[in-house]
Ligand binder design. Structure first.
Ligand SMILES: Cc1cc2nc3c(=O)[nH]c(=O)nc-3n(C[C@H](O)[C@H](O)[C@H](O)COP(=O)(O)OP(=O)(O)OC[C@H]3O[C@@H](n4cnc5c(N)ncnc54)[C@H](O)[C@@H]3O)c2cc1C
Length: 406
């Protein structure tokens, strides 16, 4: 059975996230983009209003109703964590995608710890996110020269007594310099290829863990993107996420499984920016377009906006499907890539159209917002796998499925 109507919990989480976007993000969005800085007050306010980040909003949904939910109901909410996350991410990106990446919480470190950490590791690594302080997490796959080709990871992890010793450099790591812990993918034996790649939890302050350059970027400027250096970095042996050792390709599977979980979220972020730009340009066309604008040209604009509008809906539906499959624990690599690829291309089309259509607008916030979103959009075509890589994933799965049917 399929139902397209959001449940009360889903609607409540979506509306709450939208409220945060309106009250906490939009008001500081342009200034944070200009300065590449986020005020400390934002972190504390979001810690209070969205503890644990997007993931935390799921449990907040329970408390939001006055804590009147039973265990069963809370468990049901948590079993739709991926779906709730995409609802939240679309709204947050509508507010400001860069600020949404900086909400205190485990962030991208959460999916691998949740999926591949033992119960003891989950407790050990995730409990800090429930205390009173500001804490972040990060995930480090990419290396100089190793972005798309995850199987070629060069960072090494060598067992030395009760410790692993990590050597290598990771770059472009979101929240890397402020993270309390980073999930670092490294190889225990290059000769094993994919089978040698494993996820390690590296806490901030581990000896030999250094922060390098912070990137200056064209878009998503307030989001922190850092280089991380591991120079004979020592971590306890049991910081290797245990579940990734279950089979030969376990660590590589953990990396790919993380991407299957996070690509729908990235698709949702792209959809959120596209929707923001679409709403802004539609409102401008409705209110500001000079009277007397030739009918035929106005007709072309309406036509373009109608097309972009239904494409935004299509992106959202692809995102929802991929997230729903993740919650049902169904393999969703192809669908996650479709959602991410479609939303990544769409957000560029919508923001480019918004900048072009609003070119005659007076300088000021509406125009500055669409210009910012245009710059922000490009990264959705790059991180969590470029558009080309999504097509590789989709075609491999598609042809695999076709061969299986023959
Ligand atoms: C703002 C930002 C934040 C990021 N955050 C993180 C993070 O938190 N953690 C993390 O690990 N990484 C992060 N990244 C890194 C990101 O995931 C990589 O940049 C991305 O995967 C591309 O890798 P690359 O830059 O090495 O490019 P390459 O892999 O070198 O690709 C360069 C070009 O070659 C193409 N290409 C490569 N292989 C193929 C192929 N087989 N077929 C067809 N075309 C191909 C690509 O599509 C691309 O056009 C972030 C990047 C940015 C910009």
């Amino acid at each position: 059975m399929i139902g397209m109507e959001l449940t009360d919990t889903q609607r409540m989480v979506q509306e709450y996230a939208h409220q945060l976007a309106v009250e906490e993000m939009r008001p500081i969005s342009l200034e944070c983009d200009r300065t590449e800085q986020i005020p400390e007050t934002y972190f504390w306010r979001m810690k209070r209003r969205a503890p644990g980040g997007a993931e935390g909003l799921v449990s907040l949904a329970g408390r939001g109703t006055g804590g009147d939910k039973g265990r069963e109901e809370i468990a049901r909410d948590e079993a739709q964590g991926a779906f709730l996350s995409v609802l939240v991410n679309e709204e947050m990106a509508w507010g400001d995608a860069a600020l949404s990446t900086a909400i205190p919480g485990p962030g991208l470190a959460y999916p691998p710890i949740r999926s591949f950490g033992s119960p003891e590791q989950q407790r050990r690594f995730l409990s800090i996110y429930q205390d009173e302080g500001l804490h972040w997490g990060a995930l480090a796959l990419s290396e100089p020269g190793v972005g798309s080709d995850v199987a070629s990871i060069a960072t090494t992890a060598t067992l030395d007594g009760d410790e692993y010793v990590l050597n290598g450099t990771k770059h472009y790591i979101t929240n890397g310099a402020r993270a309390d812990l980073v999930i670092v993918f490294a190889t225990v034996d290059k000769r094993l290829g994919r089978a040698g790649i494993k996820p390690f939890v590296v806490p901030r302050g581990a000896p030999g863990f250094l922060v390098g350059r912070i990137e200056k970027k064209m878009g998503l400027r307030a989001s922190q993107t850092a280089e991380l250096i591991f120079d004979h970095c020592r971590i306890p042996k049991d910081n290797l996420l245990a579940g990734s050792d279950r089979d030969r390709a376990g660590g590589f599977k953990a990396a790919m499984g993380t991407l299957d979980a996070t690509r729908p979220m990235v698709g949702a972020l792209g959809t959120g920016i596209a929707r923001a730009a679409y709403e802004m340009v539609s409102e401008w066309v409705r209110q500001e377009l000079p009277r007397g604008y030739p009918f035929r040209r106005r007709h072309l604009l309406d036509d373009e906006l109608a097309t972009l509008g239904h494409e935004i809906d299509a992106a959202r539906l692809l995102v929802w499907r991929a997230a729903w499959m993740a919650d049902q624990r169904m393999p969703n690599s192809k669908e996650a890539s479709m959602a991410k690829a479609y939303a990544g291309a769409l957000v560029m089309r919508v923001t480019a159209a918004a900048v072009r259509i609003m070119a005659p607008a007076e300088p000021g916030p509406p125009k500055w917002f669409v210009e910012k979103w245009f710059r922000d959009a490009k990264v959705f075509d790059i991180f969590e796998g470029t558009a080309q890589i999504q097509r590789v994933v989709i075609s491999r799965r598609l042809f695999g499925e076709m061969a299986a049917q023959e």
